[in-house]
Write a protein that binds this ligand. Structure first.
Ligand SMILES: *Cc1c(COP(=O)(O)O)cnc(C)c1O
Length: 377
């Protein structure tokens, strides 16, 4: 029996940067500025350079990043925000937490990102429910940027804002630019398993407008004004820890190389598997950050169990679209949710990280080829 593989091998990354990270942590322990220390501003500057975003505001998690962006847009009761149903809960949770109504849209039949046609359908549903549509939150699922040109056209036509949930796609790009600069406002997460992860929770908001940046910085610290004890709006405690910023600065130094390695891993999977399962596709000119490598396969649960028996871990993102989850089932949804329901039955994410060896990928692919029934889709 060969040794079990890692789904995401954070230990291999740790081996590469351990000395630098330990030194960076020691510096923070010595200067003692644990809240808003100098590493936080340095990270914001370097993330701005990396993404091309005009303004970068770090925060405590990817969920807080969404909450901050929605607070800055003034979202509240009576407002409708269109979100994909095939995503992690945070995307809709942030909307509902603020008393607004998430309205679910289906994903593209051949992809995992939100279908612009379904966004239009969801806007009709929102209007019929006497809600006031205010914005759209596309998600760059598994690392692939959503169709921003199509979504921006819908937003412009209806007078809506767009907040890109880029929690999984930092490091990705399209012909228009890098993730972080593809929408007026984008949010991301530094959860350890995301493409750029820290050693705890963390996140960031990217925006292009200076006034919006100022509002976000105020909201991040309880809505403070120029006088710290005159709070001018209702905010949250949403800061990123200095220690996490120090860790992220080291990891950002190897991030471009890691994204290239993920692309190599993804290309290799495609060569090994494209004739037996549905492999993920990207539009011409788009680059995924490859947070996940997600195939579609018939009889998914049997394939996953067979892989587990062979020491190969997999994950199902996501077994249930949000509109079918207990807390979200009562919110409005576009009339057809067929693509997300099919995706939930077929998706299987294979081990994916920058340090996955070719020999291990060959072993994974051989097992998938042995277990997979005929091509679906
Ligand atoms: C991980 C994730 C989030 C939330 O990020 P946290 O840092 O865990 O709060 C939001 N949206 C999507 C699509 C995610 O994958």
């Amino acid at each position: 029996m060969t040794a079990p593989l890692a789904f995401i091998d954070l230990a291999a990354q740790r081996d590469r940067v351990a000395a630098e990270i330990d030194a960076a942590i020691a510096v923070v322990l010595d200067h003692g500025k644990f809240i808003m220390g100098p590493e936080v501003a340095q990270l914001e500057a370097e993330l701005g350079e990396f993404t091309g975003a005009a303004h970068t505001i770090t925060c405590a998690s990817g969920t807080d990043a969404l909450v901050l962006a929605l607070l800055a847009h003034g979202v509240g009761p009576g407002d409708a925000v269109v979100v994909p149903t095939f995503t992690f809960a945070s995307t809709a949770e942030a909307v509902a937490l603020l008393g607004a109504t998430p309205v679910f849209a289906d994903n593209e039949p051949d992809g995992f990102n939100v279908d612009p046609a379904s966004v239009e359908a969801a806007l009709v549903v929102a209007a019929d429910a006497d809600l006031r549509p205010v914005g759209i939150i596309p998600v760059d699922l598994f690392g692939l940027p959503a169709d921003y040109p199509a979504i921006d056209a819908i937003a412009t036509e209806h007078g809506l804002w767009v907040v890109a949930d880029a929690a999984q796609s930092l490091g990705g790009a399209t012909a228009e630019g890098r993730v972080g600069s593809l929408a007026d406002v984008s949010t991301t997460s530094f959860f350890p398993a995301k493409p750029l992860g820290c050693y705890g929770d963390g996140g960031a908001v990217f925006c292009q407008d200076a006034a919006f940046d100022g509002v976000l910085r105020s909201l991040r610290v309880h809505g403070q004004g120029s006088d710290k004890y005159d709070n001018v709006r209702i905010g949250i405690n949403g800061r990123l820890d200095t220690l996490q910023a120090a860790i992220l600065l080291v990891k950002l130094g190897i991030f471009a190389d890691e994204i290239e390695r993920r692309q190599t891993v993804a290309r290799r999977y495609e060569e090994l598997l494209e004739d037996v399962v549905v492999t993920p596709t990207a539009p011409e000119g788009s680059g995924s950050a490859w947070a996940q490598y997600t195939i579609r396969v018939a009889d998914r649960d049997r394939v996953a169990a067979g892989l587990r028996d062979r020491g190969i871990p997999t994950a199902v993102y996501y077994p249930r679209p949000l509109h079918r989850q207990t807390a979200y089932a009562a919110f409005p949804a576009a009339p057809s949710m067929a693509s997300s329901e099919q995706a939930a039955d077929e998706v299987l994410s294979l081990p994916m990280h920058p340090y996955l060896a070719a020999a291990d990928q060959e072993r994974i692919a051989a097992a998938v080829r042995e277990l997979a029934p005929r091509l679906v889709g």
